[in-house]
Design a protein around this ligand. Structure first.
Ligand SMILES: [Zn+2]
Ligand SMILES: [Zn+2]
Ligand SMILES: [Zn+2]
Length: 269
């Protein structure tokens, strides 16, 4: 099998339709919900891996050719790690499946139930890697974490550079502001899945200060054409008009060379 990444979801943590919402965008997705942002990795060995364990863990693992042999976590917000609950006794009763995380995330998971019991009872094995460290999932497939500024109530937040034999992919679903050098990161990768929670600040009205996230239009303004062509936006909030292919905002993204990520899309590694 060729080594590649597969987009397993593109929605913000609480999905689309958003829990409790009946806006036009949510109503349109009722018969076909968009899954929460997640990336599958398929190695040459036939093994698979996940970046993030979402509330859609069940459907997302079922979409892979094999159950994941390891899971790397970006941070401790509900859409990114709570899928670990499926690994315990009521779920697959996994046998010490490696869960890769930063030292701060490792400490959070080992301190708090039910994640603490998952580790103590041997369903998962939390493995910490320093931020910035590069480590191997299997020969030919490596991850390198990158520190990301984000509201860190419980632990910290990272993105991952996924290094395959041919290509490098950046997976960065959640960020508060572009304090890090985005063009320099894009120079280091062939494709980048970036936080596209909102198209513009207008979507949030009076809440725009509460929920930071650089809107897509601000991110695009930072990019050269060459860099924009590497970018796919993911982690879309239900308010985001680019959820509708063909909308004026969707067309604006396309005109720069960037794309909205698609569930099921394969990206070569
Ligand atoms: Zn998120
Ligand atoms: Zn909605
Ligand atoms: Zn978050």
């Amino acid at each position: 099998m060729s080594i590649h990444a597969r987009v397993l979801g593109i929605a913000q943590d609480a999905g689309v339709p958003h829990v409790g919402c009946s806006c036009a965008r949510c109503n349109r997705q009722r018969s076909g919900p968009l899954r929460v942002a997640c990336l599958g990795l398929l190695g040459a060995s036939g093994r698979t891996y996940l970046i993030d364990a979402t509330p859609d863990f069940n459907a997302q693992t079922a979409a892979l050719p094999a159950f994941p042999s390891g899971i790397a976590l970006t941070h401790a917000h509900m859409g990114h790690y709570t899928g670990l609950m499926y690994l315990g006794r009521e779920g697959v009763s996994a046998a010490r499946i490696p869960v890769y995380c930063t030292p701060a995330m490792w400490a959070f998971l080992r301190r708090n139930e039910p994640w603490k019991s998952l580790g103590r009872d041997g369903y998962v094995e939390y493995q910490k890697h320093e931020v910035g460290e590069r480590f191997e999932l299997e020969p030919g497939l490596e991850l390198e974490s990158v520190e990301v500024p984000h509201r860190n109530e419980h632990a910290d937040t990272v993105a991952y550079l996924v290094h395959g034999p041919q290509n490098t992919l950046l997976y960065l679903p959640d960020i508060d502001r572009w304090e890090l050098d985005l063009p320099a990161l894009l120079d280091r990768c062939d494709t980048a899945l970036l936080d596209g929670s909102f198209f513009s600040k207008d979507e949030l009205g009076s809440r725009s200060e509460e929920v930071p996230h650089p809107p897509i239009e601000e991110t695009l303004a930072l990019l050269s054409r060459e860099h924009a062509c590497k970018v796919r936006f993911t982690h879309l909030n239900h308010s985001n008009p680019t959820l509708l292919a063909g909308s004026a905002e969707w067309n604006r993204v396309q005109s720069t060379g960037a794309r909205i990520a698609q569930e099921g899309e394969r990206l070569p590694l």
